[in-house]
Design a protein around this ligand. Structure first.
Ligand SMILES: [Fe+2]
Ligand SMILES: [Fe+2]
Length: 497
């Protein structure tokens, strides 16, 4: 059972008393007593029309007047925090929601370990904190921009609804970061909040901060791979920030993680359903060889080797988001108690200060891959990346299981972490998916087999035909096993206006 099922089931059984937790009477729904802080309220109410202007010009293209079956947070209790209903996207109740305060919470790591968590920004770490919040905040509207054209080619209304759900929640994540900037960083924070609406994904003059958020998301396969891999980077970063000694950041990120689970569900099951459609069509047509690409493509489904190349691309581009494996900035963020490790508070076996600890980092030395013990403090990005790769493997294993079930002989493999990297230890190095260091000529001869080529992208584009009839799905994707909030198969998730 996935996290999504748990959420849906729980939300179905939601009780009325949970509704009081968040004030929906205010212009900006919140559980932070916004009405009691007039200055903050005014600042956010000033930002709101700019946000809506951004949503209308850079958010989903079309469908803004359609009724979409969306979930909206009504509480922050993980057992039942959402309700479902038809909403026109611009009327979505974007709000400010923090996980409950844990009384007596102490800073779990770094030089300040054991001291009471900060309720205000510690002056000495102000610049670092602001930077981390801005970088996180920048990714949220970026992904909405990257995905803005996808509605028109949705393979079903179910998928279209999932896309829009992800989009409105990324919008809410922007609100979450903007709240922190405006409340805790004064004039600087207000300026940063405005700049978050001005940078634009893929724009030459004023692009989004991180590379992967300036790539295009041109088709639904890219969308599913993005939500599987790149939203999972979001999960890892949020999890590390949820450990923060700055308590408002920790509480904000903890609630965002609840929403993030759905985004990865969309990605994992989207790829899974693509695989199911492919394998079913192959079995039906009696095609045994998954590498008989021509025959498979004739069936109107995506061949598995192409899916592997898409996986290779999205995995490698996303890994660059973790930054240089060895990083003094990451050491500083940890030492100062601002950003922890994945699952920090539950990690056993070290002192959470890491003064003398080491961590193995794979590096390229004299053209060979070697593992070097590195001071753990400086290897925190390497560690978060390794944790990410482990987290991805669960989904990849489930994909392989569904191929096995169909009897087709094929396995997806995550490429070596050095493959196709631009940043960090492997930046500019040529490493094969199996982890061999290559010469430039060897790379040129082989990379077309490992990364999506023009032919692949053209084929994918040719499949992107919309299917907007309730209960119907395009040829290349199987229907989901259960509907959103247990709705029946022919449910009209988007009433297209
Ligand atoms: Fe997000
Ligand atoms: Fe997300």
């Amino acid at each position: 059972m996935s996290a999504e099922d748990t959420v849906s089931d729980a939300a179905g059984a939601i009780s009325a008393d949970r509704f009081v937790e968040i004030s929906y009477d205010d212009v900006i729904p919140n559980n932070v007593a916004l009405g009691a802080d007039k200055q903050l309220q005014r600042a956010l109410e000033t930002w709101r029309p700019n946000y809506l202007g951004w949503w209308n010009s850079m958010g989903p293209l079309g469908y803004q007047t359609s009724d979409v079956y969306l979930r909206t947070a009504v509480g922050v209790d993980p057992a039942g925090w959402a309700k479902f209903g038809y909403v026109k996207m611009p009327a979505y109740r974007w709000g400010i929601l923090l996980a409950p305060k844990v009384e007596g919470r102490a800073i779990p790591f770094g030089r300040h370990k054991g001291e009471p968590a900060w309720q205000e920004v510690p002056g000495e770490h102000r610049a670092l904190l602001r930077r981390l919040i801005v970088v996180q905040g920048d990714t949220e509207p970026a992904s909405v921009e990257q995905q803005r054209f996808l509605g028109a080619t949705a393979p079903s209304l179910y998928d279209m609804r999932n896309l829009f759900q992800v989009n409105v929640e990324e919008g809410r994540h922007l609100w979450a970061m903007v709240y922190l900037l405006v409340k805790y960083f004064g004039k600087d924070g207000r300026e940063e909040a405005q700049a978050l609406l001005e940078r634009q994904s893929g724009q030459m003059d004023n692009p989004r901060i991180l590379g992967a958020f300036n790539e295009r998301t041109p088709d639904w396969l890219s969308f599913f791979m993005f939500t599987f891999f790149t939203d999972r980077d979001g999960k890892m970063q949020l999890a590390a920030l949820a450990e923060s000694g700055f308590d408002p950041l920790s509480r904000t990120c903890r609630f965002m993680l609840t929403e993030e689970a759905h985004h990865m569900f969309v990605g994992e099951t989207g790829v899974q359903r693509t695989i199911e459609a492919t394998c079913a069509a192959m079995v039906k047509a009696g095609i045994k060889d998954p590498h008989d690409v021509e025959a498979v493509r004739k069936l109107g489904v995506v061949d598995l080797p192409l899916l592997q190349r898409k996986l290779n691309f999205h995995a490698s581009v996303t890994r660059d988001l973790f930054g240089s494996e060895i990083s003094s900035n990451a050491a500083e963020a940890f030492g100062s108690g601002i950003k922890g490790r994945f699952n920090e508070a539950n990690l056993k076996g070290d002192d959470h200060v890491l003064t003398d600890a080491t961590y193995p980092v794979t590096r390229v030395v004299d053209g060979k891959l070697v593992e070097e013990q590195t001071p753990a403090l400086r290897a925190l990005n390497a560690r978060l990346l390794d944790d990410f790769i482990v987290d991805c493997q669960g989904g990849v294993d489930r994909w392989n299981k569904s191929i096995d079930k169909s009897g087709v002989a094929f396995r997806f493999i995550q490429p070596h972490k050095g493959f196709n990297r631009r940043i960090g230890e492997f930046g500019g190095k040529r490493i094969s998916p199996a982890g061999e260091a290559l010469t430039e000529d060897e790379w040129k001869a082989k990379s077309g087999e490992w990364l999506p080529n023009d032919d692949d992208m053209q084929f994918i584009a040719s499949l992107m035909k919309p299917c907007h009839e309730p209960g119907k799905y395009t040829s290349w994707i199987a229907p989901p096993r259960v509907g959103v909030n247990n709705q029946p198969g022919d449910f009209e998730y988007v009433k297209i206006a």
